[in-house]
Design a protein around this ligand. Structure first.
Ligand code: RBF
Length: 154
């Protein structure tokens, strides 16, 4: 039996990070967790590019451009969606998750989802480096693993 799993080593790998500016006081913490994770697993600062976009809705189209550029082994998508009193949350969350998934499928570039979808600001803060960990860090771990795995199986 042959088994494949990605190694958690980021040396020599190139990463694009997209961050939504909406709720950026929390988004900055996701970015900090993600870059910390990449660097501590061997990535070089010069191999990481960060692209800020207005909000989560703009993340998939930007991820698509980065993936098609051929410059990156992995793409991390970070954003913070907080539910309000109107249905915008569900529309944007659906577009972002579907779009990001589609970029990975259509380009073959490891593209990961690090968008917090929370009912309250408190829930979002909990997931950005406090009680419930840092979803930016977790997305970075998944990206490192997937980059290595996709290289092995493709
Ligand atoms: N973008 C986010 O990343 N998080 C949000 O919580 C968020 N809330 C929004 C609420 C409304 C009513 C609107 C219209 C936009 C919101 N956006 C949010 C911005 C959205 O992702 C996008 O940047 C803008 O709609 C421009 O296309």
């Amino acid at each position: 039996m042959k088994t494949f799993e990605g190694k958690l080593a980021a040396q020599g790998r190139k990463f694009g990070i997209i961050v939504g500016r909406f709720n950026d006081f929390i988004g900055k913490e996701l970015l900090s967790g993600a870059t910390d994770c990449l660097l501590r697993h061997g990535a070089s600062e010069s191999d990481i590019e960060v692209v800020w976009v207005p909000g989560s809705f703009e993340i998939p189209m930007t991820a698509n451009i980065l993936a098609q550029s051929g410059k990156f082994d992995g793409i991390l998508c970070l954003g913070v969606l907080i539910r309000g009193n109107t249905p915008h949350f569900d529309f944007i969350a659906a577009e972002a998750s579907k779009g990001i998934g589609q970029v990975g499928i259509s380009t073959g570039v490891a593209t990961t989802y690090g968008i917090i979808t929370a009912d309250t600001i408190e829930q979002a803060i909990e997931r950005a480096g406090t009680k419930a960990g840092n979803k930016g860090w977790q997305a970075a771990m998944a990206t490192i693993e997937m980059v290595d795995l996709l290289k092995q199986i493709s």
